[in-house]
Design a protein around this ligand. Structure first.
Ligand code: ADP
Ligand code: ZN
Ligand code: ZN
Length: 723
């Protein structure tokens, strides 16, 4: 290439464009696409990525020079660049912002790629004679034991001055090495069961893959999906290639990780999740890149790890909503995994007991290959569902008397019972018995939740807290009572009803203290009779072998919602929660409290299972022209001033829409106000994905020029998973 004179840089600024900078002669030999640079932008120094090099520019004399070249080699390869460019294009986000999301924090701050690695000292010239005694000893040590991490040298009594003087004489060198031994050793495989017929068929199909194929492994909890993943990993690992296993945030438990480590004891398995430090994350990132990690098990953003030899991607619980990022770059990790696998021509395995309707649609269209596991690997019988009709039932703290009888029966058998209610706190609000005043958040269009043990009202949306009033703020009455139930109340009531049975509550409040979730899980796994009460946190991932009854308290709120995905999510939740019951050999009971026992969704789900329900739900989506039969995007907008929102959103509605594009709105978001800001949205639907994207590109480029847009906070959400 001719001498690069101008570099196009992606910067993390909210503008839909890249920026040209001058490449001065001292950088011209080393600069490459994929290097980071520091540049002056307005009054700040920013770190950016070189995305293109040019030999000329018509504005040459107006360009500022690059201040510093941070990397002498590209830190990401062509494949990563194309992945990030795809994300920017598909999700309509500025490229610089996409790099910000895709790269580890330390790299965005301009730190060296090897910052988190411990350098080693290596002998390069043992023949030069030195005078110092310590220096001679260090050379002898290196001759005997080979290269040694810097940190160990001080423990061995070698001062940094000794090291420094040998470094200066070029007798030793300081480098970073990444261990890739696992690739040359034969793969060790821990004990494994003989696959059942359906598992064996699934594995054979996956092993046959040449190039890209996406498999949907659909099977109830406990049907042996993880076992199939483990055995499918053998082939890439035996070839010294790498694999990525994506799991939901909540699914990354020590049990999961240990299962992989026990199966593959001699390959390095590394993690990636939000609780890791910046240094730990950079070290996993580098390990993926240098092939010193064989497998990475990670949450959403691990889809951006720069594997050098990626040969398989697995997405466990592919329907899980945590795979979709809900701010900045609103990407779906499963969908980007799909892009990556196709681009690299490698197999992708999506596993779930309750696949998303999008994925099932792709499987029935033969875009994905469907592999089904129908039997539980260790249990013969299926769980039994009970629809408990709540109409006219006497109830206390949201539990019907009949439900209490069911609970009692299981406890006397020595079993455990799990009660599920996706609402923490004591009650979702307080109400005045005299005048009907309701505790509400001042800044949100939402109730303020009553937390009894700390005697506070807390808004779960903006976090605002206040003391419980002693008198009604509206009429002065002292008759202020809880309205509705949260987990705190149900736990209290169950403790009164079953005074001899220990109760464990698992929700965000009860597990705030570090280690408290682990200790709760430990208590549960002792297996004595016990009642577990919890939210979403109980629904996923954990295996409770002694639970024989699951009670789902609040089924009805999911049946009638304005979000068209609510029924899908309810069916997934019921199926997932019920997967917690009856894992130890016997069938369990799943009790659903509802006022609508004849509802066709519930009937279909409990009589025919999720598979049948999902096919039925898909037909409904097709008839009503909803995703996945159409494509959807949402323009969201926030501001303290409703007027600014209206001006901005109404300005986006054209007099005539292109054919095949529909607009709905502006409509208020599910919560119209949060923390004092109004929230409105515009839904844009297209019969064809391509047409919609073309239209959105025009729209976004219009918005990025619009003055009205500068007065509000706006964002675009492609393929939203919730309204
Ligand atoms: P899933 O991932 O679908 O929930 P798992 O792979 O975790 O299912 O399997 C559930 C349980 O059954 C695990 O304890 C697993 O070790 C066991 N298991 C899986 N496959 C087999 C098999 N072929 N033979 C015996 N046990 C199995
Ligand atoms: Zn009142
Ligand atoms: Zn609030």
């Amino acid at each position: 290439m001719t001498t690069p004179v101008v570099a196009e840089i992606a910067l993390n600024v909210p503008l839909y464009r890249n920026f040209d900078y001058l490449v001065e002669p001292q950088f011209q030999t080393n600069i490459a696409v994929g290097c980071r640079v520091a540049v002056q932008f307005g009054r700040q120094q920013l770190v950016g990525i070189v995305v293109a090099l040019k030999s000329n520019s018509e504005f040459l004399d107006k360009l500022k020079p690059i201040s510093r070249l941070i990397d002498n080699n590209a830190i990401i390869d062509r494949h990563m660049i194309s992945l990030i460019e795809f994300a920017s294009h598909y999700y309509q986000n500025p490229l610089g912002e996409c790099y910000q999301v895709a790269l580890p924090t330390l790299l965005n701050k301009g730190e060296a790629v090897d910052k988190s690695a411990v350098p080693i000292i290596k002998l390069i010239d043992e023949n030069t004679s030195v005078n110092g005694k310590k220096q001679r000893q260090l050379i002898e040590h290196l001759v005997d034991s080979g290269s040694t991490p810097v940190t160990e040298l001080s423990a061995l009594g070698f001062s940094s001055a000794t090291v420094k003087s040998l470094l200066e004489k070029a007798i030793i060198e300081k480098t970073v090495e990444y261990n890739r031994d696992w690739q040359s050793k034969p793969l060790a495989i821990g004990d494994k069961p003989k696959l059942k017929r359906e598992q064996a068929i699934a594995l054979a199909a996956i092993n046959q893959a040449t190039g890209y194929t996406c498999y949907l492994l659909e099977g109830v909890t406990g049907s042996g999906k993880t076992e199939v993943y483990l055995q499918a990993l053998e082939k890439p690992l035996q070839q010294g290639k790498q694999a990525l296993v994506l799991v939901p945030e909540i699914g990354l438990t020590p049990q999961t990780v240990n299962r992989f480590r026990r199966r593959f004891p001699n390959v390095p398995i590394m993690l990636w999740h939000s609780a890791m430090t910046d240094n730990e994350r950079l070290s996993t990132w580098r390990a993926a890149q240098t092939q010193s990690a064989a497998i990475v098990i990670g949450t959403r953003s691990s889809v951006f790890l720069p594997f050098a030899k990626l040969a398989m991607i697995i997405v466990d619980e592919e329907h899980d909503l945590s795979f979709k990022q809900q701010d900045s770059l609103r990407y779906h990790a499963r969908d980007l995994a799909c892009f990556r696998a196709a681009k690299l021509a490698i197999p992708l395995i999506l596993g779930s007991a309750t696949p998303s309707l999008e994925t099932i649609h792709n499987a029935t269209n033969n875009k994905y290959q469907l592999l089904t596991l129908t039997e539980r690997a260790q249990t013969q019988s299926d769980n039994q569902y009970v629809l408990l009709d709540m109409r006219g039932q006497h109830q206390q703290s949201g539990l019907a008397l009949a439900t209490l009888d069911y609970i009692k029966k299981e406890l006397t058998k020595g079993k455990q019972v799990m009660v599920f209610l996706n609402r923490r706190g004591f009650s979702p609000s307080l109400i005045c018995h005299e005048c009907g005043w309701l505790s509400q958040c001042q800044r949100c269009s939402a109730n303020a939740t009553y937390h009894k043990h700390i005697r506070n009202l807390i808004c779960h949306h903006c976090g605002a807290q206040e003391h419980v009033p002693t008198q009604c703020p509206s009429c002065g009455s002292t008759q202020i009572i809880p309205a509705g139930q949260g987990t705190e109340q149900v736990a209290e009531f169950l403790a009164e009803s079953f005074p001899d049975t220990p109760i464990t509550r698992v929700d965000r409040d009860s597990t705030r203290k570090k280690g408290s979730l682990e200790s709760a899980l430990h208590d549960i796994n002792k297996g004595e009779p016990r009642i577990l009460i919890g939210t979403q946190m109980l629904a996923k991932g954990h295996h409770f072998s002694e639970v024989s009854l699951v009670v789902i308290m609040d089924v009805d709120s999911g049946l009638y919602s304005y979000d068209f995905r609510a029924t899908e999510h309810l069916a997934q939740l019921i199926t997932q929660v019920s997967g917690r019951a009856g894992r130890s050999g016997e069938a369990g009971t799943v009790l659903l409290q509802t006022h609508f026992p004849e509802h066709p969704l519930l009937q279909d789900l409990i009589n025919n299972g999720y598979q049948d329900f999902s096919r039925y739900a898909l037909r409904e989506r097709e008839e009503t022209l909803l995703p996945p039969y159409t494509s959807l995007a949402i323009i969201r907008c926030e501001s303290h001033k409703l007027n600014d929102i209206n001006n901005f959103l109404y300005d986006l509605i054209p007099e005539q829409l292109p054919s095949g594009i529909q607009l709905l709105g502006p409509v208020p978001a599910a919560l119209e106000r949060i923390a004092g800001k109004y929230r409105y949205q515009l839904h844009i639907q297209g019969n064809e994905r391509k047409k919609l994207h073309l239209y959105l590109h025009q729209l976004v480029s219009y918005i990025s020029q619009s003055k009205l847009a500068t007065k509000v906070r706006w964002s675009i959400d492609i393929d939203p998973v919730s309204m």
